[in-house]
Design a protein around this ligand. Structure first.
Ligand code: PMT
Length: 398
């Protein structure tokens, strides 16, 4: 059955220029056989006409203060609430629990999943106040789609463009489509770089941003897995519905993973774990008295190899960040660590690998290697989740 057929979606539209995309979003939802009701904020009416939304098949609900309980009725009716575009203002009001119009009272009164597609100027998006509001909302289980990066209506270029209607639809399909394929599965994902302190001011780390691992954690959670994300220091908010355990060093990451070993069905190691740490962590800041400096490093535990050595062993997926002949090196790494799947990614090509939004991967198991074209990490994560589902014992194909 098509995943959106008969689903009841309340679309909240707030006052941003990206509201011009919402008739197309409604049209796509209706084509996917969803039932759509729309709530327009007062400022949204300056950007999109109620008539245009009704013309493509939505019922536009008026924000009247009559005797009925419109907000409760809508809150109960909805299978999901989507706010697109979601302005910085509405995100701050949702974070604060505001209840001063139909949209916010409905959000406060619902038990349905709440999805937001932020849209704003890039500096507003990066402002610590917005970041904090998003982290708070994500921690409460609000799902975010986007924002995308690119040219903005204000003339700036950067993150803050509302995701395209197809992306928003994709999120709802994931919510309802293959939902449940990983239900009952406990997944542990490592992400980001570790930081190995040398003294109170300095340490060793690497360029991993955590984006790949966070996207994977979100994709696995979308399929119903109970996901624990063990992350080195990053600037990313916890994905919705994911239990985040922040750590700093490789040893802390190993201890956090090890604490999950009794219940782990699936282990995905996307973190760039430092292989070595300084033998001694200095209590005082190192002085630059000498011309050269020798630091003795000692090996860190290999977390992935340790998990792969467990009996019974969870399904284990590793990553290989490599230069040169990536595939050959990754194949050898998969065999050496004794894991089920390895995802090889080059880190010597422009625009993929560390830090950026895109990646290019080769998926390698015992028998095959498949090279995928470069794509956003969020898309690669969703495709990897599907590959994991296919291979995991006891789960159905998505
Ligand atoms: O975080 P992003 O900026 O999005 O970048 C993503 C990424 C490039 C970091 C990611 O896709 C990736 O490749 N992660 C693994 C990087 C890495 O350290 O690869 P490796 O070849 O050194 O390690 C192989 C595997 O063993 C990895 O799964 C790693 O998590 C694991 N490992 C390594 C060392 C160690 N001590 N313990 C481990 O568990």
């Amino acid at each position: 059955m098509p995943p959106l057929r008969g689903r009841r979606v309340v679309l909240g539209i707030t006052g941003g220029v990206a509201a011009y995309k919402t008739p197309e979003l409604v049209r796509r939802l209706r084509t996917a056989e969803a039932v759509v009701r729309v709530v327009l904020s007062r400022s949204a009416r300056q950007f999109v006409a109620a008539g245009a939304l009704a013309a493509v098949g939505a019922e536009v609900v008026e924000d009247h203060r009559g005797p009925g309980m419109v907000h409760i009725d809508l809150a109960r009716w909805a299978d999901a609430i989507v706010i697109a575009p979601a302005t910085a203002h509405v995100l701050s009001r949702l974070a604060a629990g505001a209840a001063d119009d139909l949209l916010t009272t409905m959000c406060l009164a619902t038990e349905a999943p709440l999805c937001v597609a932020p849209a704003m100027n890039r500096i507003m998006w990066m402002n610590p106040a917005t970041r904090a509001n998003c982290a708070l909302l994500a921690g409460r289980g609000v799902r975010f789609v986007g924002p995308d990066e690119g040219a903005q209506a204000c003339g700036d270029n950067g993150p803050g463009r509302m995701s395209e209607p197809g992306e928003i639809l994709g999120m709802l399909e994931r919510l309802w489509g293959a939902a449940g394929a990983l239900r009952g599965i406990n997944a542990v994902v490592t992400a980001g770089a570790t930081y190995e302190a040398l003294d109170p001011a300095r340490g060793f780390t690497n360029r991993s941003s955590g984006k790949m691992g966070y996207a994977l954690a979100a994709a696995l959670a979308d399929h119903g897995a109970a996901v624990t994300l063990i992350s080195g220091p990053t600037a990313l908010p916890a994905p919705p519905g994911v239990h985040l355990i922040p750590v700093t060093s490789a040893c802390q990451m190993r201890d956090a993973v090890w604490a999950c070993r009794g219940t782990m069905d699936l282990f995905v190691a996307a973190a760039a774990v430092a292989d070595y740490r300084p033998q001694t962590v200095l209590a005082d800041k190192l002085k630059k008295d000498a011309h050269t400096l020798t630091v003795t490093l000692v090996r860190n535990p290999d977390i992935l190899a340790e998990v792969a050595g467990l009996t019974p062993r969870p399904f284990t997926v590793g990553f290989a960040a490599e230069t040169g002949d990536v595939e050959t090196k990754a194949r050898a790494k998969r065999a050496r660590k004794g894991i089920d799947l390895i995802v090889a990614n080059p880190i010597d090509e422009a625009g993929v690998g560390f830090a950026g939004d895109d990646n290019r991967v080769i998926l390698i198991d015992k028998d095959h290697a498949a090279a995928w074209t470069a794509a956003p990490k969020t898309e690669i994560a969703r495709a990897l989740a599907r590959e994991i589902i296919k291979r995991l014992p006891r789960t159905a194909s998505p």
